[in-house]
Design a protein around this ligand. Sequence first.
Ligand code: FES
Length: 160
Amino acid sequence: LNKPSFVLSDEERHEIEHALTHYPDGRAASIDALKAVQKHRGWVPDDAIPVIAAAIGISAADLEGVATFYSLIFRRPVGRHVIKVCDSISCHLTGYDELRDELEKQLGIRYGQTTKDGRYTLLPICCLGACDRGATMMIDDDLHGPVEPKDVAAILGGYQ
Ligand code: FES
């Protein structure tokens, strides 16, 4: 027997239909549709791709391309909080290496990994658009910066 395939919840389907009303076509609504599922499940499993693609009327291959390219769509389970560290040029000049090292040390994980307690996932990200506040990182939807290594423990403490 095949495993039961992915089924959109009523809420997810409603949000995807809502996204479609904001864009000229399904392709343009791709990211919003993926985000609708991610919002409810924390990430987007592989078997969700053909179902979401059908809901917005594009091919699964096209949607897979978008989902792979766009780094804020998570394709594996993530922790309760996702930490994204800006690794673009300005932040490299304002303490990126030290910040990443401190996060890796305190969390005991590297990029792409999740802490054993399921609390944090650590990822790099391109410029967050706050270059004057480097070194920057985002935790969930919150921008932090400038962050020095000595600030890390207190900031992490705010995210249980
Ligand atoms: Fe880090 Fe722009 S380079 S916010």
